[in-house]
Write a protein that binds this ligand. Structure first.
Ligand code: NAD
Length: 475
């Protein structure tokens, strides 16, 4: 663990192992931190806050520039740790490291644009000034599916704002987090500014963040269930919270869309990271008039997706993270098939050619999916595309919005009027119109409804770490 500028063992002396999900083999071990370690890290972050928050924005930006350069220099090493520990193909891992580094660069620049305000008063002898100041010590919790970029998406804006931070990464990907912190160490951040607590049991760390008055902000990316629980806990001290939670993205293919183009888009975005993405399409609505060419193109593309170790050439589908994830995906597929869905492709665990040692699931297409199936409501987090036929475009918005989630959504249409109607009518924080990658460090990312609170990326992402202070001056 990295606490107060030093690499430390857990106070208990305990460690836990990290595994390669493609082979099931242990690949390393890290300290199993607990509440005592978390408090030690909060102590460090609290004492570093005074100095870090009083640096100029230009000085803080310089550290972030260093970290960005370090991460780009270390790209190959970080990507290869990620492929080994999390499973995504090496090319996708390199893309994630670049995306993660983007946050460091973007917020190095944005740090200099934390503007205040002057407000005219009704009184001639009064002046109003508004300052933006860092909220204080931040507790951050991140998931395993994007184990590098989810860390920098929180740490970069927090540090730019002048906050100090304690991060607890997911127990499935602690080696990725260590590698990112090695980059931070080299960038030379003052001791205590960034701290890493690894833990097999996340609860005591979450409790420390919730119960320690010095932690003024909790930022979490993960499941809606855990997010709600942490938000309830944080409410007892009215801490600021940012939550990036689950999703259930509709992918709408309108009657006027090019079915081949749309199928190509779906094949790319659905099977990215083996479907383990919060913005992964989970309900694919396709107009019956173009269902045939759409499914035909999709099936061809899916049949070309090769599964295996992310280090092997041509691999597009890596393993799921563990056997529990495999079980969940297969359960949803079997439930849909039992209730009348048709199996267009896949539909089983992959075991041939040594894949049985890892957690591989065949890229799957289900046809004739309906609202009675669990996959229609539950997040899948696996390589399954559930296709739902529809006839009437007036039904689209009510169908697409019929979910408690509200993170990403996608629309394929060639009609500008339809594009605007759906863009404005979809209850989702992100809408890709003929676009499967509506994400960037410069753009606000986040969900409506039970997909979360707040935004990451863009100036919105920086605001999450700033307090507004009003000064009223009688002169
Ligand atoms: P998870 O909620 O199980 O775990 C996420 C993190 O929370 C991990 O670090 C875990 O250790 C920690 N955690 C779990 N229980 C905790 C507790 N009691 N106290 C404190 N911390 C606790 O989710 P996951 O399975 O790792 O990740 C998948 C989920 O994350 C999906 O729902 C996905 O949609 C979501 N996700 C969302 C975004 C987004 O930006 N909206 C991005 C990536 C993933």
């Amino acid at each position: 663990m990295f606490i107060n500028g030093k690499w430390l063992e857990a106070q208990s002396g305990q460690n836990f192992k990290s595994y390669n999900p493609a082979s099931g083999e242990a690949i390393g071990q890290v300290p199993a931190g607990d509440g005592v370690d978390a408090i030690k890290a909060i102590d460090a972050a609290a004492s570093a806050f005074t100095t870090w928050s009083s640096l100029t924005a230009y000085q803080r930006a310089n550290f972030l520039y260093e970290a960005h350069a370090g991460m780009m220099k270390d790209l190959e090493r970080l990507a290869s740790i990620m492929t080994e520990e999390q499973g995504k193909p090496i090319k996708a891992a390199r893309n994630e490291v670049k995306y993660g580094a983007d946050f460091l660069l973007w917020y190095a620049e944005e740090a200099k644009r934390v503007y205040g305000q002057t407000i005219p008063s009704a009184r001639a002898d009064q002046r109003f000034f508004v300052l933006r100041q860092p909220v204080g010590v931040v507790g951050a919790i991140t998931p395993w599916n994007y184990p590098v970029s989810m860390i920098t998406r929180k740490i970069a804006p927090a540090l730019a704002a002048g906050c100090t931070i304690v991060l607890k990464p997911a127990e499935a990907t602690p080696l990725c987090a260590q590698a990112v912190f090695e980059v931070f160490e080299k960038a030379g951040f003052p001791a205590g500014v960034v701290n890493l607590v690894t833990a097999l049991d996340p609860e005591p760390i979450g409790d420390a963040f919730i119960n320690d008055h010095r932690v003024r902000k909790l930022t979490f990316t993960g499941s809606t269930q855990v997010g709600k629980m942490l938000a309830r806990g944080a409410a007892s001290q009215l801490k600021r919270v940012s939550l990036e939670l689950g999703g259930h993205a509709p992918f709408i293919v309108c009657r006027d869309a090019d079915p081949v183009h749309a199928a190509k888009g779906l094949a790319l975005v659905k099977f990215l990271n083996a479907g383990q993405a919060c913005i992964s399409p989970n309900r694919v609505f396709v107009h019956t008039d173009i269902m045939k060419p759409f499914l035909s193109e999709l099936s061809t593309r899916v049949s070309n997706l090769k599964a295996g170790s992310g280090f092997d050439a041509g691999i597009r589908i890596g393993p799921l993270i563990n056997d529990k994830a495999l079980e969940k995906v297969d359960h949803q597929v079997q439930d849909a098939l039992n209730k009348g869905a048709s199996l267009v492709a896949g539909g089983c665990r992959l075991v041939e050619g040594g894949l049985d040692k890892g957690f591989f699931y065949a890229p799957t297409i289900l046809g004739d999916v309906n609202s009675g199936m669990s996959i229609y409501r539950e997040e899948t987090f696996g390589p399954v595309a559930p296709v739902i036929p529809y006839d009437n475009e007036d039904d689209l918005l009510p169908m697409a919005n019929d979910t408690n989630y509200g993170l990403a959504s996608y629309v394929y249409t060639r009609d500008l009027k339809t594009a605007f109607k759906l863009f404005e009518g979809l209850d989702f924080g992100i809408v890709g119109i003929n676009d499967i990658n509506p994400t960037s460090a410069a753009a606000p990312f986040g969900g409506m409804k039970e997909s979360g609170l707040g935004r990451e990326g863009a100036s919105e992402g920086l605001n999450e770490y700033l307090e507004t202070k009003l000064g009223g001056f009688s002169i």
